[in-house]
Design a protein around this ligand. Structure first.
Ligand code: ADP
Ligand code: MG
Length: 731
């Protein structure tokens, strides 16, 4: 068997589920074992240090070198007891993954004839100089001065991977600009905390802090490792650039929530087992819509922690999959014609007094607060819809958005019938109708009675990129491979800026003698009116919606490089600067990174596509063609020409079809290479990305179309690449 495809299919076929030693103990007995959490701190820190450090974590008490030193010693002792020999500052550069550089704990003892001992100081824990010259930085640092610093993020616990203690850190340039996702995320979380707390205090002065929560749902595909290895496009780009749709894919809906295949089940069990050690509260697992597509979701937690946990989980997925003979595909659109993968970001805000700010309340005050936060989110999403789209778009996610059952490239909010009608009534009510005071000056909501449990909770509009789901918003447009931090920076900052504006407007009205509740109502009423265009409960997949959205003035741009422009619009710069989250310089630098990454991804795909077309596909098509020609030739040898002609009719038409496809493929690959050459000499990052989008990318579909046609006619025995039906249905 010389055809690699059949070898790998055989290998995949022979694989059996791998039994993992199922733990006998209960989950809670090993939950969080690899994390330096409170339980571990209590054991490894002195009572004094533990108390001091908890005060830092819980109440933002001042943090000093002394506490850092003491925590470092405890952390090191714990790590050594856990078998760690190295430590690393773990950070989140703009490449979407995470980065780490390992150092050993050993140091020479400063004594004559001294040996090595394990050492770790508060200084090493708190800050490191990372020679990060190869990380994307958008020109913030020159390479000759490639000093960036990583600094400890105390709010996310350190953890152990294999033999290494990983310390979550921020990554900033020598001159103080953020070079990562965590730095602006922490600032955004600070901004939403102070803005939302100030608004909460209009209703309940005892609120001192507001938390942002995130519950992500990670979708992914599993592909047999052997089959994966036989697809250069999967190996190098994470998606299939070629491949005709399988006769059967997801049309029967038989995969969704179906029985989980045995090999996959074994993988999931081990993944969860590992994840629990890291304190990741995995809750649900199930089959997704497309064949070989699955989902894992934990219970939500504080946003910064949830982002870190998602990154840890993504790397665990790759590791665990390897043990089960699988490759995990986190790409947003690995296969044409079936669903892509998202990472729904369930997002909410909650107070330190335990109130969910997107949860309908029991009292009129709570409900007015609920409406206040809801409407401010609508206003923020409306105003910054272009930016929110920019925060989730990428070369890879662009293939998914607007495709099979994926949100379109237009941001809108789904509220459901009940809430929509409440807002409609509010919009047209006057303040005496909306907010009524009884004889005892108790407030009542008039036209806007809000039921405690919204019936629409379950009325899930799956087509909406940003849907209200009863007590939270579900930002569904986020891509499966993304760092959730990027979307969380945008939404938390946008809402923070909005809440600041709201509070200022209300204060002004109160100062001019308006009653507080009426002042709130007046401002909300105007917001409801102004943000109306963002509300859409209909079918987001429909073409009518695209036209309607355009009419409503929502951002409908589909070109990725142009979508990124939203980051540096005057509106966005003002929003990021006034909230202290990012400066104009940082925003500009980040966009340069985004444009450059976009270009490189399309460039790699274009090269792989060209190589596969020319080296894999055309030679096979030609070989088949020559076999057909041989057959025709022999017909004429054996039969008289009339009979030979009749018998070789089918072969002849195939030969022509093959020639036709081969020549179109060849022409388009050549033209694509030319387009690349022209784009490559453009120096400006933005212009080069635009050139790649406008002049290189369009060849992909044409080349693919003709290759996929060849797949249908070339002898199956000769076809070198595993087909969709094989990639998607082997497990
Ligand atoms: P779905 O029906 O959308 O697939 P899942 O149960 O798969 O729902 O996931 C929902 C996610 O939303 C989980 O991570 C869950 O913990 C999270 N979630 C639930 N309530 C909230 C909330 N108030 N804030 C943030 N996330 C939440
Ligand atoms: Mg889900």
């Amino acid at each position: 068997m010389s055809n690699l495809r059949f070898k790998v299919l055989q290998q995949a076929f022979e694989k059996k589920p791998i039994e993992i030693g199922c733990p006998k103990e209960s989950t809670s007995s090993y939950y969080g074992k690899y994390v330096f959490g409170r339980r571990q701190m209590a054991r490894y820190l002195s009572a004094e240090t533990y108390k001091e450090f908890c005060a830092v974590l819980d109440n933002g008490a001042p943090f000093n070198r002394n506490i850092a030193n003491n925590v470092a010693v405890g952390m090191k002792n714990w790590a050594i007891d856990m078998g760690a020999t190295h430590y690393t500052h773990w950070f989140q550069p703009l490449t979407e993954g995470t980065a780490e550089k390992h150092d050993s704990f050993i140091e020479y003892v400063d004594l004559p004839g001294g040996d090595v001992i394990e050492e770790f100081s508060g200084k090493l824990l708190a800050q490191q100089e990372a020679d990060g010259s190869s990380f994307p930085n958008g020109g913030i640092r020159n390479t000759f001065e490639a000093r960036g610093y990583t600094a400890w993020d105390t709010s996310s616990p350190a953890f152990i991977v294999d033999d290494t203690l990983c310390i979550p850190t921020v990554f900033v340039s020598y001159t103080g600009e953020a070079l990562d996702y965590k730095t602006p995320l922490l600032k955004a979380l600070h901004a939403i905390d102070s803005a939302a707390t100030s608004v909460c205090q209009l209703f309940d002065p005892s609120v001192k802090k507001v938390y942002s929560y995130l519950g992500w749902e990670q979708e992914y595909f599993l592909v047999d490792e052997s089959i994966f290895a036989a697809r250069p496009d999967l190996v190098l780009t994470g998606r299939t650039l070629l491949g005709h749709e399988s006769a059967k894919n997801q049309q029967l809906g038989d995969h969704y929530f179906g029985a989980i295949p045995a090999r996959v089940q074994a993988f999931m069990k081990e993944l969860e087992f590992e994840a629990y050690h890291y304190g990741i509260p995995c809750k649900t697992r199930h089959n997704e819509v497309a064949p070989n597509q699955f989902e894992i979701a934990p219970i939500y937690s504080e946003t910064n922690l949830a982002v870190d946990q998602n990154l840890i989980l993504m790397s665990l997925m790759h590791k665990v999959a390897g043990r089960h003979g699988f490759k995990v595909l986190l790409h947003e659109k690995p296969f044409a014609g079936v669903n892509g993968s998202g990472k729904h970001n369930n997002w909410s805000l909650g107070t330190d007094t335990g109130v969910g700010l997107f949860t309908p309340g029991k009292t009129p005050e709570e409900n007015l607060q609920f409406i206040t936060f809801l409407v401010n989110v609508l206003k923020a999403v409306h105003q910054h819809n272009a930016l929110l789209k920019a925060s989730i778009i990428s070369a890879t996610n662009a293939h998914r958005l607007g495709g099979h059952e994926a949100p379109p490239s237009i941001i809108s909010v789904f509220l459901g019938g009940q809430l929509s009608s409440i807002l409609d009534q509010l919009e047209h009510a006057d303040k005496e109708q909306a907010i009524i005071f009884d004889d005892k000056r108790h407030m009542q909501l008039g036209v806007t009675h809000i039921p405690e449990v919204l019936v629409d909770n379950t009325d899930r509009n799956r087509t909406s990129p940003f849907a209200f789901t009863g007590n939270r918003f579900e930002f569904r447009a986020v891509g499966s491979s993304a760092n959730c931090g990027c979307a969380m920076i945008a939404i938390n900052t946008a809402v923070a800026a909005q809440l600041r504006a709201f509070r200022a407007e209300v204060d002004e009205k109160i100062a001019s003698g308006e009653q507080k509740e009426h002042a709130i109502f007046e401002v909300l009423k105007r917001y409801i009116h102004e943000s109306k265009a963002i509300r859409f409960d209909g079918n987001g997949y429909s073409d009518e919606w695209k036209m309607e959205a355009e009419r409503r003035g929502l951002d409908c741009e589909t070109s990725v490089p142009l979508i990124y422009d939203a980051y540096t619009s005057p509106l966005s710069v003002q929003m990021f600067e006034e909230t202290g989250v990012m400066t104009r310089t940082e925003l500009k630098a980040r966009n340069d990174v985004k444009w450059d990454t976009y270009t490189k991804k399309i460039q790699i795909e274009a090269r792989v596509l060209g190589d596969m077309a020319i080296n894999h596909i055309i030679p096979v098509a030609t070989r088949y063609q020559s076999a057909l020609l041989d057959n025709v030739y022999k017909m004429y040898k054996v039969y008289d020409s009339a009979k030979a002609q009749r018998l070789s009719e089918h072969d002849n038409s195939l030969i022509e079809e093959l020639s036709e496809h081969i020549s179109v493929i060849k022409q388009n690959v050549d033209a694509m290479i030319e387009a690349r050459k022209e784009a490559n000499v453009i120096e400006n990052d933005r212009q080069r990305a635009i050139a790649y989008h406008d002049t290189v990318l369009p060849y992909f579909d044409t080349i693919r179309y003709h290759v996929d046609k060849l797949e249908l006619i070339v002898d199956d025995e000769l076809w070198p690449l595993p087909k969709y039906r094989e990639i998607l249905f082997s497990h």
